[in-house]
Design a protein around this ligand. Structure first.
Ligand code: AR6
Length: 171
């Protein structure tokens, strides 16, 4: 157990070559827009097949917010996709612990799988409305504090603003 090396990459998470790609999913596990849509499109139907089976066997009520579960990565250049459900941002309630839990749970699943390199998107900062600076702070802090057998965590940021927000946290 150690703390992983953190790398920042600007680009598309579905183009990464890593052991595990983390998906910012929703609790249905049946796909959606954003990263989720991109992963299912490029990864092909094997991922959705396994998600459906997981729903039937374990998550009839959906995967709870902050938890994570792995499937095959289908046609992606990875061994696994780890699906996690970020919290929807709220002005009236502090849900930071749930966002931190996404990163922690995903790393725990990665440990169980034996994944050494893991790519994360900026969970909850798209459709789920989390402010980018705060999302970056929680992501970097949580990974820095993690005890894991993962060697490298790669944050894959889609645009310059996201990249800068994460870079600021590493300065
Ligand atoms: N690679 C890397 N980052 C990306 C990519 C990509 N290909 N595409 C988008 N992003 P989002 P959420 C960035 O909306 O906020 C889905 O419908 C994006 O710019 O994908 O957790 C699910 O099914 C943003 O910064 O995830 C859920 O219903 C970040 O990834 C819901 O959206 C996350 O944006 C989850 O919302």
């Amino acid at each position: 157990m150690t703390t992983p090396t953190i790398k920042l990459v600007r680009g598309d998470i579905t183009r990464q070559s890593v052991d595990a790609i983390v998906n910012a999913a929703n609790s249905s596990l049946l796909g959606g827009g954003g990263v989720d849509g991109a992963i299912h499109r490029r990864g092909g139907p094997a991922i959705l097949d396994e998600c459906r089976k997981l729903r039937a066997s374990h998550y009839g009520k959906g995967l709870p917010t902050g938890e994570a579960v792995a499937t095959t990565a289908g046609d992606l250049d990875a061994r696994w996709v780890i699906h996690t459900v970020g919290p929807v941002h709220s002005e009236s309630e502090d849900r930071s612990h749930l966002l931190a839990s996404c990163y922690r749970s995903s790393l725990r699943v990665a440990d169980e799988l034996g994944a050494r390199t893991v790519a994360f998107p900026a969970i909850s900062t798209g459709v789920y409305g989390w402010p980018m600076d705060d999302g970056a702070r929680i992501a970097v802090q949580t990974v820095r504090d993690a005890h894991t057998t993962v060697d490298e965590v790669r944050f894959v940021l889609f645009d310059e603003r996201a990249y800068e927000a994460f870079a600021e946290q590493l300065r």
